[in-house]
Design a binder for this molecule. Structure first.
Ligand SMILES: Cc1cc2nc3c(=O)[nH]c(=O)nc-3n(C[C@H](O)[C@H](O)[C@H](O)COP(=O)(O)OP(=O)(O)OC[C@H]3O[C@@H](n4cnc5c(N)ncnc54)[C@H](O)[C@@H]3O)c2cc1C
Length: 432
C-alpha cells in the first residue's frame, strides 16, 4: 500500500506530480534507480539526457522522503566539515589531496548547478537564488565564519564576510554577530523541485514508477533483478538512492546512517509590513548553532523554519512552543506567531559527518550521508552517479568511491545517540 504524502506546506503548494503508475509485470532497462528523491531523480534525468535507458522505482510517491519535506535551502557546503577538513578526510582514506579537492569543487558548484538545472528544465519550484547566509550566533563563532569564508574563497567560491551591522541589515535583527555567505545559494520549494525533476526526466525519456517498493535485489543474467510487488525489473546497473529511508534490501546499507528527525514548520502568511523587515533581500539563512536556527520565506510570505527535539514524544505541541519562543526572541517585530503547518522528515547522519559514495557490487552504486545538507549535494551527486553508470570510470567521478560500508557501531541504540547529540549540541551552542 502506498503511503500518502504527509501534510506539509510543500504538499499544499507544490505543482502536481507527473502522472505515474506502479511497475506492473516484468521489465528490462539499462540502469535501475531505487528512490525518487533528488539523488535518484537527478541520476535518472542525467542518464536520460545521455540517451541511456533508465527506470526509476519509488516506493511511495515522488519526493516522499527528505526531498519533499526539507527546508528548501540550497546550500553549497557540508553541514559540519569545511573544505580543509573534507580534503584531509578524503586524503586519509584514499591517499592524495586531489580527490578531496574534486569533492570540494563539486560541493562549491552544487547550488549553482541546481539552479541552472531548474532554469534549463523550466521547473516550477519557487526558485530564488538570492544567496545563503550563515550568521554567527556568538561573537566567538566569527573565527569559524572567517575560516569557512577563507577556505571556500581560496577555492574560488564567491563568498564574503558580513559585519554585525551588515548582517543585521540582511536579517532584520541584531540577534547575530556578523557572519558569512555565498550568493550562489538560495531557496526552493523542495517538493516542487522533486516533482519538476521527475517530469523533466520523464519528458527526456526516463521511465518512472511510483508505488513500487524494491523488496530485494538479486544477481540476474546480464545484471541485476529488482523485485517489487508488481513485477521484477532487470537492469545492467543499479543506483540506490534511498538515503535515510533505506530499508533492508541491501545488507548493511541501512546501518551506514542514523535517521535523525528534523522538524519543520511554516507560519501563516505575514503582513507585507512585517515581511519587509525580516530577511528583506530574500536570503536563506542557517546559523552556526549545532541545534540549528534556520529561516527562509516561501513564495507567499510564510516564514519556514523548524528545529530539533531530544525525544520525539508529543513533538507537534513541543516544537510549536519551542519555535514560537525562538522566533519571538530572534525577530521580535513579528508579534503573534501562528503556524499553519508542521511536519518532519529524516536526515541521514553519518558518524564522520561526511557523505560516502559506495561501489556495493559490480554495477551497483549508492551514496549516503547527506547530514542535513543535501538539496544541492544530492542533485550534484546524482549527475556523478549517472556518469559512473554510463561508463565513466569510478576513479574519474568528482567524489571518492569506497567498497567497504562504514556501518555505525551501536546502530541499534541510535535513538539514545540522537538524544545525546541534540543535548550536546545545545550545550556547545551556549559556550564560546
Ligand atoms: C526536515 C528536513 C530538512 C532539511 N533541510 C534541508 C535544507 O534546507 N537544505 C539542504 O541542503 N538539505 C536539507 N535536508 C536534507 C535533504 O533534504 C536531503 O539531503 C535530500 O533530500 C536527500 O535526497 P535523496 O534523494 O538522497 O533522499 P530522499 O529524498 O530521502 O529519497 C529517498 C527515497 O527513497 C525511497 N525509498 C526508500 N526505500 C525504497 C525502496 N525499497 N524502493 C523504492 N524506493 C524507496 C523513499 O520513499 C524516498 O522517496 C533536510 C532534510 C530533512 C529531512
Amino acid at each position: 500500500m502506498t503511503l500518502p504524502m504527509p501534510p506539509s506546506l510543500w504538499a499544499a503548494t507544490a505543482p502536481a506530480a507527473p502522472s505515474t503508475t506502479p511497475l506492473a509485470g516484468d521489465a528490462r532497462t539499462g540502469v535501475a534507480v531505487v528512490g525518487g528523491g533528488f539523488t535518484g531523480l537527478s541520476t535518472a534525468l542525467h542518464l536520460a539526457e545521455a540517451g541511456v535507458p533508465v527506470t526509476l522505482l519509488e516506493a511511495q510517491e515522488i519526493g516522499w522522503g527528505a526531498s519533499g519535506r526539507n527546508n528548501g535551502q540550497v546550500i553549497p557546503t557540508l553541514s559540519r566539515i569545511d573544505p580543509d577538513g573534507i580534503v584531509a578526510a578524503v586524503a586519509k582514506d584514499h591517499g592524495g589531496r586531489e580527490k578531496g579537492e574534486q569533492l570540494v569543487g563539486l560541493i562549491r558548484d552544487s547550488a549553482a548547478f541546481t539552479f541552472d538545472l531548474i532554469r534549463r528544465h523550466g521547473i516550477e519550484a519557487e526558485a530564488v537564488q538570492n544567496g545563503w547566509i550563515q550568521p554567527a550566533h556568538r561573537a566567538s563563532r566569527l573565527k569559524l565564519s572567517a575560516a569557512r569564508a577563507e577556505q571556500w574563497g581560496r577555492r574560488g567560491a564567491p563568498v564574503r564576510m558580513y559585519s554585525r551591522e551588515e548582517m543585521a541589515a540582511l536579517t532584520g535583527t541584531d540577534h547575530w554577530h556578523g557572519g558569512w555567505g555565498n550568493p550562489t545559494g538560495g531557496r526552493i520549494n523542495p517538493l516542487g523541485l522533486a516533482r519538476g525533476m521527475a517530469a523533466a526526466a520523464i519528458r527526456t525519456g526516463a521511465v518512472v514508477h511510483t508505488g513500487s517498493p524494491v523488496r530485494g535485489i538479486r544477481k540476474a543474467p546480464g545484471g541485476w533483478a529488482l523485485d517489487t510487488p508488481g513485477g521484477a525489473l532487470t537492469a545492467e546497473r543499479v543506483v540506490i538512492a534511498t538515503q535515510a529511508y533505506t530499508g533492508d534490501f541491501w545488507p548493511g546499507l541501512k546501518r551506514t546512517v542514523v535517521p535523525v528527525r528534523s522538524y519543520q514548520m511554516a507560519t501563516s502568511v505575514l503582513s507585507d509590513n512585517i515581511r519587509k523587515t525580516i530577511l528583506p533581500e530574500g536570503h536563506a539563512l542557517s546559523d552556526t548553532r549545532g541545534d540549528l536556527y534556520f529561516y527562509r520565506f516561501d513564495a507567499n510570505g510564510r516564514l519556514v523554519t523548524g528545529g530539533g527535539l531530544i525525544v520525539p514524544f508529543g513533538w507537534d505541541s513541543r516544537i510549536r512552543a519551542r519555535i514560537t519562543e525562538r522566533i519571538r526572541r530572534v525577530f521580535p517585530q513579528i508579534g503573534d506567531v501562528r503556524f499553519d503547518y508542521s511536519w518532519w522528515g529524516y536526515i541521514a547522519a553519518t558518524a564522520d559527518k561526511m557523505p560516502h559514495v559506495y561501489d556495493l557490487a559490480p554495477g551497483v552504486l549508492t551514496w549516503t550521508g547527506c547530514n542535513g545538507r543535501g538539496v544541492a549535494l544530492a542533485t550534484a551527486l546524482g549527475r556523478e552517479l549517472a556518469l559512473a553508470s554510463n561508463g565513466t570510470p569510478l576513479r574519474d567521478i568528482a567524489a571518492p568511491v569506497e567498497t567497504r560500508l562504514r556501518t555505525i557501531t551501536g546502530h541499534a541504540f541510535r535513538s539514545l545517540g540522537i538524544a545525546w547529540n541534540v543535548a550536546k549540541a545545545r550545550q556547545l551552542d551556549a559556550r564560546d
